[in-house]
Design a protein around this ligand. Sequence first.
Ligand SMILES: C[S@@+](CC[C@H](N)C(=O)[O-])C[C@H]1O[C@@H](n2cnc3c(N)ncnc32)[C@H](O)[C@@H]1O
Length: 243
Amino acid sequence: MVPSGSGSGPDVKSWLDFWDRSHRIYVNDRHLEVHCRRVADDILSLSPTAGDAVLDYGCGDALEAARVAARVRRLYLYDAAPEVRARLTRRFADNERIEVLDDAGLADPVLAGAIDLMVVNSVLQYVPPEGFATLLATARRLLKPEGRLVLADVIPPGDTLVADTTGLLRFAWREGFLVAAMLGLVATFFSDYRRLRQKLGLRTYAEDAMLRHLADAGFNAERRRPNFGFNQVRMTFVARPKG
Ligand SMILES: C[S@@+](CC[C@H](N)C(=O)[O-])C[C@H]1O[C@@H](n2cnc3c(N)ncnc32)[C@H](O)[C@@H]1O
């Protein structure tokens, strides 16, 4: 997913603040809808089975979560931003297969060793190093011994602006919001997102460094191609708890 501007105010101090407020990351409703459709397709491409418990960690608005939930036993949605969780709770109140977790829910001992598949898509760039270590420990605690952790849309070091931009424009052309995407890219240059990106940076991981992090945290891991989404410069990793 490529950011395309924001309207979240001048007092945003962290990425979590940013995500917890109104923003214009998606250029219009169509962009958010087709983005969420693609994320749901990508999660389903991992072939979860009907008996699986799946956790979408850092799930964002997850507009198509019901489609994923219909194919599994239970879908847990977790996002660190309280406002995002509040929207999810309202949206999926009537869906018996979906449970929105807050931090306490994530820490509940009943979930230990209960998750078959944990997906973290387009989140790690916003998570500081100590937060990443915590995330991996959480995954190790929650996953079944044969479970999978999928880290997707991980940004490699270096300048990915060209890949990000062309990826967004191609996606927008295919999905019918090209003009809005171009306007969104212009808006990015005047946005809080750009200022925050300059101030806080985005965390990036080289492939070998990510594999080392995962090994150190107790996982056997490999890179998975294709990446989620439309930007194949970014990376997906599939990790399984070491026996
Ligand atoms: C780019 S959006 C991705 C949302 C969703 N995974 C998707 O692909 O559409 C990043 C999301 O990560 C969440 N987030 C940021 N830091 C987080 C953290 N430390 N733990 C969990 N979620 C986090 C934000 O609130 C936001 O909803």
